[in-house]
Design a protein around this ligand. Structure first.
Ligand SMILES: Nc1ncnc2c1ncn2[C@@H]1O[C@H](COP(=O)(O)OP(=O)(O)OP(=O)(O)O)[C@@H](O)[C@H]1O
Ligand SMILES: [Mg+2]
Length: 382
């Protein structure tokens, strides 16, 4: 393998056309665990890989860490090419400017909390020229709220404390890049929410470029500057949490992030103020659309978020319903959730999910009109 080459880059990490198979597949074959993935992580940013189980998140992270050898592609980190298949160039894990927090924290049970945290300073890439290791480690333990625990065995910590110890250990080596693989997944729901806030606060305080893996969309939205949504080894969309939610490019993203009513489209025509989409439920004028498909025989969905559906009691006959974005239905279920009402509205056998104000009086069997503004109606190719 060649020497490390310096490359100027505005990003802390650049991943270009990464492919990794665990067998011997051909391009386009679904057995590629990671199939042509490219994205950038700007310096100091928090980027999350999000997607369902088996979509290639851990494999991508392990390629960044140098724990897997990709079949093709290029990885640049902090200005150095750490992997380039074309050049047959691979920098070993220990030589990469990273620290990794694996899913089960990788904490050594036979060591104290202090020795666990100090390990990278004593033995890792950062060990050369280290001074005041004990004092620096104690300071870091203090920062993550473990100051009184230094002499305990690591096994005597709770799940949340072990997670903080793993983070302290990772941050102590002052990595350019922090890699985290579902670090909160084996904690209970309340602790997960508390620790994800702490995690983000530490990340900002230390300004460390972070790549985080999760299959939990709420976690991804809450933590990230940018989310990379993966599906079947490929990237569906790279965007800010807000844009992913408001402007999904595909039906997959709309369905995976938050909840969405996806109504199959029969015919789409472009009109002056958007896209007029015919569905079995009626016509919808969509002010926006997701990604454009190259094929002319396009199929897709009308995407409507539950909170964007207005529900009105049906006082007049269904014939008075407008010719688009308004349909008559019947309440098929209503759940009072304190601050809001969750309704299921049956329209010609299709169930729409609607979030309504808690004050709305709607009971199962009530006839209603549902309405959605074109600005909140989006056409998505599938
Ligand atoms: N060591 C391995 N040998 C063979 N196949 C593997 C190996 N590791 C992962 N795979 C396969 O590669 C694909 C991607 O796996 P990966 O672990 O990257 O998914 P993931 O997105 O992290 O999923 P999860 O959310 O379940 O952790 C899966 O189909 C998986 O079965
Ligand atoms: Mg995984």
């Amino acid at each position: 393998m060649s020497n490390m080459s310096a490359q100027p880059t505005a990003s802390s990490i650049t991943i270009h056309e990464l492919r990794k198979s665990y067998g011997r597949p051909r391009a386009g074959d679904p057995s590629y665990a990671v199939d042509g993935v490219s994205f950038e992580v700007p310096k100091g940013q928090f980027v999350t890989l999000l997607g369902p189980s088996g979509c290639g998140k851990t494999t991508t992270l392990r390629c960044l860490a140098g724990l897997e050898q990709p079949d093709s592609g290029r990885i640049v980190m902090a200005g150095r090419t750490v992997f380039d298949a074309g050049q047959r160039h691979q920098v070993r894990t220990e030589e990469r400017p990273i620290a990794m927090v694996p899913q089960h924290y990788g904490i050594w049970p036979h060591m104290t909390v202090l020795d666990n945290a100090a390990f990278p300073l004593r033995h890792g890439r950062a060990r050369k020229g280290q001074q005041n290791i004990k004092q620096r480690t104690l300071e870091m333990l203090d920062q993550v709220g473990l100051s009184g625990f230094a002499d305990r065995w690591a096994t005597q910590l709770s799940g949340g404390q072990q997670q903080r110890l793993a983070l302290a250990r990772a941050l102590l080596s002052e990595p350019e890049v922090l890699l985290l693989d579902e670090p909160l997944s084996n904690l209970d729901a309340k602790l997960r929410v508390k620790l994800r806030m702490e995690l983000r606060a530490f990340q900002e305080q230390f300004g460390v470029t972070s790549v985080y893996v999760t299959h939990d969309q709420a976690e991804a939205l809450a933590l990230s500057d940018t989310v990379v949504v993966m599906n079947g080894g490929r990237i569906e969309q790279i965007d800010s949490p807000e844009r992913l939610y408001q402007q999904p490019r595909t039906s997959f993203v709309a369905d995976f992030i938050g909840s969405a009513n996806l109504i199959p489209a029969r015919h789409v025509s472009e009109v002056s103020n958007g896209f007029l989409v015919q569905t079995d439920l009626g016509a919808f004028l969509c002010a926006s659309r997701g990604q454009q498909k190259a094929t002319s025989s396009e199929t897709g969905h009308v995407c409507i978020r539950p909170e964007n559906v207005e529900v009105h009691p049906l006082h007049s006959s269904p014939a008075n319903v407008a010719d688009h974005n308004e349909i008559a239905g019947v309440v098929a279920g209503a759940e009072f959730l304190g601050d809001r009402l969750e309704l299921l509205v049956d329209v010609k056998g299709t169930r729409l999910t609607v979030t309504a104000s808690a004050g709305l009086s709607a009971r199962t069997g009530d006839p209603v009109v549902v309405r959605v503004q074109p600005a909140h109606t989006r056409y998505l190719a599938s």
